[in-house]
Design a protein around this ligand. Structure first.
Ligand SMILES: Nc1ncnc2c1ncn2[C@@H]1O[C@H](COP(=O)(O)OP(=O)(O)OP(=O)(O)O)[C@@H](O)[C@H]1O
Ligand SMILES: [Mg+2]
Length: 261
């Protein structure tokens, strides 16, 4: 049996009187690409914010590889290999693509002033290793031709690729993707999908991805989790989700049943 890389138990988040995430429980199996779908406002991003330490929970717990990580801040999770991307890409617009990637590994000794003063060669060596890694990442993502371009000049889709690239600068184990495919054109979406598949198969990343594009979800994800009103409405294959009465009712809409069969 596959191990659970993530287990969420009775997790809740209240904003005033509103339960954005409500008594939510789910498990993500190691090695999967798990999709999360659901109507706007059903709590998907809030769930990611709680898992990734960007928000404090109101109740419940989160286990990562059986370790309790509830309310552990994002920078600590980052070093454990739990990373996320944001629904709105947040690149450094005035840095190049390569420089954006080189910003990611947080604990390089170049950040420590003492090292910079006393061990300049160590710092230079680490920087060149990080640069090499960044070049590997842009190659992997087919962004080599843009490596010296300012990130602010990239298209929306290319920024999404860069977001994915950031997760490749460290040894990620679980990556949470928040609508990484949204606003990305068909060709680039295909590249993005291929990159996700490759990272999953070749580097052993487990992915959990929020998406609204059912074709994209269908191509990449098994299983899919459907959220509604802050908790899990359905979990299973994409095929079964499309046939499920409650899923159709709350998310896919009546027309979808005929269209997808
Ligand atoms: N910081 C916040 N303060 C107050 N309410 C919030 C906050 N963040 C989210 N909410 C509310 O919580 C609910 C869930 O929002 P969330 O962003 O998690 O939904 P979502 O499923 O990601 O939606 P979408 O598909 O539109 O991205 C919404 O009603 C939203 O308005
Ligand atoms: Mg969202």
């Amino acid at each position: 049996m596959q191990d659970n890389i993530l287990e969420i138990k009775n997790l809740s988040k209240y904003f005033g009187g509103l339960a954005a995430v409500s008594n939510c429980s789910l498990k993500i199996k190691q090695g999967t690409v798990t999709g999360i779908i659901g109507p706007n406002g059903s709590g998907k991003t809030t769930l990611f914010n709680l898992i990734a330490g960007n928000l404090k929970s109101s109740a419940g717990s989160v286990l990562f590889n059986n370790e309790n990580i509830t309310d552990v801040p994002s920078y600590e999770l980052f070093s454990k290999g739990l990373l996320r991307t944001f629904q709105i890409a947040h690149e450094f617009t005035n840095l190049s693509v390569l420089e954006n990637l080189m910003m990611v590994p947080g604990n390089q000794s170049g950040e420590k002033l003492m090292n910079a003063l006393l061990k300049p060669r160590l710092v230079a060596k680490e920087e060149s290793q990080i640069k090499e890694k960044a070049i590997e990442v842009v190659d992997f993502l087919n962004l080599s031709h843009l490596k010296n371009e300012l990130a602010g000049n990239l298209s929306g889709g290319q920024k999404k690729l860069l977001e994915l690239g950031r997760t490749m600068m460290v040894d990620a184990k679980l990556v949470l993707l928040d609508e990484v495919g949204a606003g990305v054109n068909r060709t680039l979406l295909k590249d993005l999908g291929t990159a996700i598949e490759k990272l999953n198969k070749e580097k052993g990343y487990t992915f959990c991805m929020i998406e609204h594009d059912m074709d994209f979800i269908g191509r990449l994800c098994d299983p899919v989790i459907v959220m509604a009103e802050g908790s899990v409405l359905f979990e299973g294959s994409v095929k079964d989700a499309k046939k499920d009465e409650r899923v159709i009712e709350s998310y896919l809409g009546r027309g979808s049943k005929l269209k997808d069969n």
